[in-house]
Write a protein that binds this ligand. Structure first.
Ligand code: SF4
Length: 350
C-alpha cells in the first residue's frame, strides 16, 4: 500500500504526514479544568499506546489548566477550541503542541491573524475540523444535506484563510457519522490539498457500533493510502479506543509493534477447549511490544498450514496439542501443558 504523499510536520515529538507512521489520537473526557484528573487519563491513554491527545477547552479556566496539563503530559496536547480566539491564544501561551480550531469561525480578520501569527511563531500546527453535524447553514441550504462536496467546501474555506496568511502546518478532518459520506469526503479532499488528514467516524456510537463503523471508515481510507492520524470515537471511556485503533492499523500492517493473534473460529473438528486457550494466550501476550504473529488453531488438519506465516502457534488435537513455528511442528504436549509449553517457546522467541 502506498501512502498518499503529504506535507509533514511535528506535533510535539510526533511526526505527522506521509513521512511518518500513521499515529493514534484520542480525546480526554474529563473536565479539562480538573488538571489532575485530565493528566491521570492522559497517562492511561499514553500507557495504552495513544500518541496524541486532544482536550476540550471550553472556557478560560480550562485554558489556564493547560499550563499544568501541558507541562506534565507524557503526550503532545492538542487544544480543541470553538469560536474563541482568546482561548486559542491562551492555550498556545500555556504550552499546547497543536490547535484544533476552524479559523473561519473565530471572528474578525484581525483575530484570525493574531491566532495564526502566534501559531506560526511557535511552530504550532492547526487542524481544521469539519463535522457533518455542524456544517454552515448556508452550505446546508445550498447542498440540502451534508454531502461530501459540502464538507470539502467548508474545509477549503478555512484552508484558504490559513493559506492566505502563508500558514502551512495544516491538518484536516472531515468527520461524519455516516461512513460512506465520510469516506467520499476524505477521498475528495485528498485530491485537492497536500496536507495530512486526520481520520475519524464521528459519533460512531458505543463499542458495539463504533468499532465496526470506525474499522470500515478509517480502514477503507487507510487501505487506499489516505490518512495520517486516526481517532476511533466510542461513547464512554476513551481508553477503549486505543486497542481498536491499534487493531485497525495492525490489520493493514501499519502498526509496527505488538502481537497479531490468529485463531480459528472452531468447528466440528475441534477437540480441545480452544476458546479458553485463546483467551489465555491473549492475556499472556497483551503487553508484548515485539511484532509477532501468533496462532491458536483447533486442529492439526488445517492448523499449522493455515497459520504457516505465524512465528509461533498451537494446533489442538484430542487431549493433546502441537506447538508449531512457521508452520513446522516442533513439539507435541498434553492439553493441560499446552499453555506452559507455548509460553516457554515464546520466551525463547522474545
Ligand atoms: Fe476447524 Fe481445524 Fe479450521 Fe479450527 S483449524 S476451524 S478446528 S478445521
Amino acid at each position: 500500500m502506498r501512502r498518499r504523499e503529504t506535507s509533514n510536520f511535528k506535533i510535539g515529538e510526533v511526526g505527522v504526514g506521509s513521512a511518518y507512521p500513521v499515529s493514534i489520537q484520542s480525546m480526554t473526557n474529563t473536565d479539562t479544568r480538573n488538571a489532575e484528573a485530565t493528566l491521570q487519563q492522559i497517562g492511561q491513554l499514553a500507557e495504552a499506546g495513544c500518541q496524541l491527545v486532544r482536550v476540550a477547552v471550553p472556557d478560560e479556566e480550562a485554558a489556564q489548566a493547560l499550563k499544568q496539563i501541558c507541562k506534565q503530559s507524557p503526550l503532545p496536547v492538542i487544544a480543541d477550541i470553538h469560536f474563541n480566539h482568546r482561548l486559542a491564544l491562551l492555550a498556545m501561551e500555556n504550552g499546547v503542541s497543536a490547535l484544533r480550531i476552524n479559523p473561519g469561525n473565530i471572528g474578525s480578520a484581525q483575530k484570525v491573524r493574531e491566532v495564526v501569527s502566534k501559531a506560526k511563531g511557535l511552530g504550532i500546527p492547526i487542524r481544521i475540523g469539519v463535522n457533518a453535524g455542524s456544517l454552515e447553514k448556508e452550505l446546508l441550504a445550498r447542498y440540502q444535506h451534508p454531502t461530501a462536496e459540502a464538507l470539502v467546501e467548508s474545509a477549503m474555506r478555512h484552508v484558504h484563510i490559513l493559506e492566505e496568511l502563508n500558514f502551512e502546518q495544516i491538518k484536516i478532518s472531515l468527520k461524519a457519522s455516516d461512513v460512506p459520506l465520510m469516506i467520499e469526503a476524505y477521498r475528495l479532499i485528498a485530491q485537492q490539498v497536500p496536507y495530512p488528514l486526520h481520520l475519524g467516524v464521528t459519533e460512531a456510537g458505543n463499542a458495539k457500533y463504533g468499532t465496526v463503523k470506525s474499522a470500515i471508515g478509517i480502514g477503507t481510507l487507510l487501505a487506499e493510502g489516505i490518512g495520517d492520524t486516526i481517532r476511533v470515537s466510542l461513547t464512554g471511556n476513551p481508553l477503549q479506543e486505543i486497542p481498536v485503533a491499534k487493531q485497525i492499523l495492525r490489520s493493514l500492517e501499519l502498526y509496527p509493534k505488538g502481537v497479531e493473534l490468529i485463531s480459528c473460529p472452531t468447528c466440528g473438528r475441534t477437540q480441545i477447549g480452544l476458546e479458553h486457550l485463546v483467551e489465555q494466550v491473549d492475556q499472556l501476550v497483551s503487553n508484548i511490544d515485539k511484532p509477532l504473529k501468533l496462532a491458536v488453531m483447533g486442529c492439526v488438519v488445517n492448523g499449522p498450514g493455515e497459520a504457516r506465516e505465524a512465528d509461533l502457534g498451537i494446533a489442538g488435537g484430542k487431549g493433546e496439542g502441537l506447538i508449531f513455528r512457521k508452520g513446522e511442528i516442533i513439539k507435541k504436549v498434553p492439553e493441560d501443558q499446552l499453555l506452559a509449553a507455548f509460553q516457554e517457546e515464546l520466551d525463547k522467541l522474545l
